[in-house]
Design a protein around this ligand. Structure first.
Ligand code: SAM
Length: 228
């Protein structure tokens, strides 16, 4: 078994068990502790940034979008609500099951995305835009580059990714255990150098279009949009 396989198995098991309970609450509206509330707010900023970019373009209702590693549907549901045709999948059956329930509660039947429990490297098809938010943090750079390469084969015009950036400051925080305090206890958290992520994208023929950084005390995520 390679270490990458180990990472994937650990991540899937985590998001089907304790990680599911934790992240379903963080990505919800109920009461949570202060750290979780901080992460909830930071993550919502990432979602809002992506929605803002897509809405600014004015063609969301015409787009076929893949949300790879969709979690509980935090992005897929508003995208579907805005009229996009959404395919959403996640390696965790529990996370995708929760996404399906939330979508059924919040959307009309014709808006409901196609959901699947699937490793993102098994996704097929072609989409105008492929989005993968806060997933790469679970994988080392070599594995992340392979994932970016696969997602690139699915995307016709655009890829949007987010990752935890490797800077001196965040590397130091990670060392003292202040960084992503919850998940880092149960799964490994990997920081990625922006230059490495950009290289993985440009190698696949993408050009960087828009960037953003969303951060709170316990959450930080670099967002990159690449087009071709
Ligand atoms: N993208 C969602 C969002 O921003 O709301 C969820 C982010 S959550 C931190 C990470 C998600 O990635 C989890 O739901 C996890 O199960 C999923 N995931 C991790 N590795 C994956 C893989 N190899 N393929 C598909 N999903 C994966």
């Amino acid at each position: 078994m390679t270490s990458a396989t180990d990472d994937k198995t650990i991540v899937r098991d985590y998001f089907n068990a304790t990680g599911f309970d934790r992240w379903r609450r963080i990505y919800g509206e109920g009461e949570v502790n202060k750290v979780q509330l901080d992460i909830r707010k930071g993550h919502q900023e990432t979602i809002n940034t992506v929605l803002g970019w897509l809405q600014d373009d004015g063609n969301l209702a015409d787009l076929k979008i893949c949300d790879a590693g969709c979690g509980v549907g935090s992005l897929s549901i508003p995208l579907a609500q805005a009229g996009a045709q959404v395919y959403a999948s996640d390696i965790s059956e529990k996370m995708v099951g929760e996404a399906q329930e939330r979508a059924a509660a919040e959307l009309s039947p014709e808006q409901i995305p196609t959901f699947e429990a699937k490793d993102l490297e098994q996704i097929g098809g072609r989409y105008h835009t492929v989005i993968c938010l806060d997933v790469l943090i679970h994988y080392p750079q070599d594995k992340a580059a392979g994932m970016i390469a696969h997602l690139s084969t699915l995307a016709e015009s655009r890829v949007i990714l987010s990752f935890a950036p490797k800077t001196t400051f965040y590397s130091a925080l990670k060392k003292v255990g202040e960084f992503f305090p919850g998940p880092s206890k149960a799964t490994r958290a990997y920081l990625h150098a922006e230059a490495d992520v950009v290289k993985a994208l440009t190698t696949q023929g993408w050009q960087i279009e828009r960037k953003a950084m969303n951060k709170t005390r316990f959450y930080f995520s670099r967002l990159i949009e690449a087009t071709r």
